[in-house]
Write a protein that binds this ligand. Structure first.
Ligand code: KIV
Length: 271
C-alpha cells in the first residue's frame, strides 16, 4: 500500500522510532500548531508532530522564537493533542524555560500535562544534566543542535553551523554527550550534510534533519513551508502544495519523497 493511504497502525512511541532507525526506515516529522492540521497529518501517517516554538514566527508574527511563552506553547500543544490519535507529539520548551535542570523539570511537566509525549530543548553539553534529570523521571527528550533559533542573537543570525572543523567537532561532541545522557531524539538544523551523516552514524538516538541533508534518520519541515505560506522560504524547504494540489496530497508527497530518498536533494542541502 502506498505511503499515506491509511492511518498509522499503532500509536508511535520512542521505541517505534528507535526500531525504525535500526531498520533504516526513515520517519516523518511535521512542525504544526493546530487540531485540524494535526488530524490531517496523522491520517497521512506522519509519525511525529512537532509543536515547535517556530509558531512565534509562523503563526504569531514575531521575528524570532524568543518572545514565545509557556502559555502559548501549552495552548498549541493542547490543540494538537485534540486533533491527534496515534502520532507522537513533541512540544518545544520556550526560550529560558529550561535554564536550570529544576526549572526544566517544572516546565516540561506542564508541556507533558498539556498532551505532549516528549519535550524538545535547544543546546549542547550544558544540557546533559537536564537531559538526565528529565529522562530519569520519565520525560522523553529531543535535543536540538546546529542552528538553534533561540540563540539567534549569539549566533549572529539564522546561519548554517558547523562549517569549519572546530565547530563541527564541537557539535559532534555535544551530540555524543547528549546521547550518553539519555536523549531520545536529536534535531540537527542547518548543518553540512557530511556532518549530519557522521553524527547519525555515531549516536544511538534517531536524528531528525532540517537543512542537514538526506542522511539523517528522519526529516522535519514546518507546515507553512510545505504549503508555500512562507514569504521567503529557506533553501532547505520545499512547497509540496504546488505539485500536489491539496493539503493531504502535499503531506503525502512530502512523506513519500522523504521515505524514498528523493527529498531533500542537493538544492536543499548545505555541503
Ligand atoms: O520550532 C520548530 O519548528 C523547530 C523545527 C524547525 C525543528 O524547532
Amino acid at each position: 500500500m502506498p505511503y499515506g493511504t491509511s492511518e498509522l497502525a499503532k500509536p508511535v512511541t520512542v521505541q517505534t522510532l528507535r526500531r525504525m532507525k535500526a531498520d533504516g526506515e526513515k520517519f516523518i516529522t511535521v512542525a504544526l500548531y493546530d487540531a485540524p492540521m494535526a488530524a490531517m497529518a496523522q491520517r497521512t501517517g506522519v509519525e511525529v508532530l512537532l509543536v515547535g516554538d517556530s509558531l512565534g514566527m509562523t503563526v504569531l508574527g514575531f521575528d524570532s522564537t524568543i518572545p514565545v511563552t509557556m502559555e502559548q506553547m501549552i495552548y498549541h500543544v493542547e490543540a494538537v493533542a485534540r486533533g491527534n490519535r496515534k502520532s507522537l507529539i513533541m512540544g518545544d520548551m520556550p526560550f529560558m524555560t529550561y535554564a536550570t535542570p529544576e526549572q526544566a523539570l517544572a516546565n516540561a511537566t506542564r508541556i507533558m500535562q498539556a498532551g505532549a509525549h516528549m519535550v524538545k530543548i535547544e543546546g549542547g553539553a550544558w544540557l546533559a544534566e537536564t537531559v538526565r534529570m528529565l529522562t530519569d523521571r520519565g520525560i522523553p527528550v529531543c535535543a536540538h543542535l546546529g542552528l538553534t533559533p533561540q540563540s539567534v542573537h549569539k549566533l549572529g543570525g539564522f546561519r548554517v553551523q558547523g562549517r569549519d572543523e572546530d565547530t563541527a567537532g564541537e557539535i559532534l561532541n555535544d551530540a555524543a554527550l547528549l546521547d550518553e545522557a539519555g536523549a531520545d531524539l536529536l534535531v540537527l538544523e542547518c548543518v553540512p550534510a557530511p556532518l549530519a551523516q557522521r553524527i547519525t552514524e555515531a549516536v544511538s538516538m534517531p536524528t531528525i534533519g532540517i537543512g542537514a541533508g538526506r542522511d539523517t534518520d528522519a526529516q522535519v519541515l514546518v507546515i507553512n513551508d510545505i504549503l508555500g505560506l512562507t514569504e521567503k522560504p529557506p533553501k532547505f524547504s520545499k512547497n509540496f502544495l504546488v505539485e500536489a494540489g491539496d493539503i493531504p496530497g502535499a503531506l503525502r508527497k512530502y512523506a513519500e519523497d522523504v521515505k524514498n530518498g528523493v527529498f531533500p536533494d542537493e538544492s536543499h542541502t548545505f555541503n
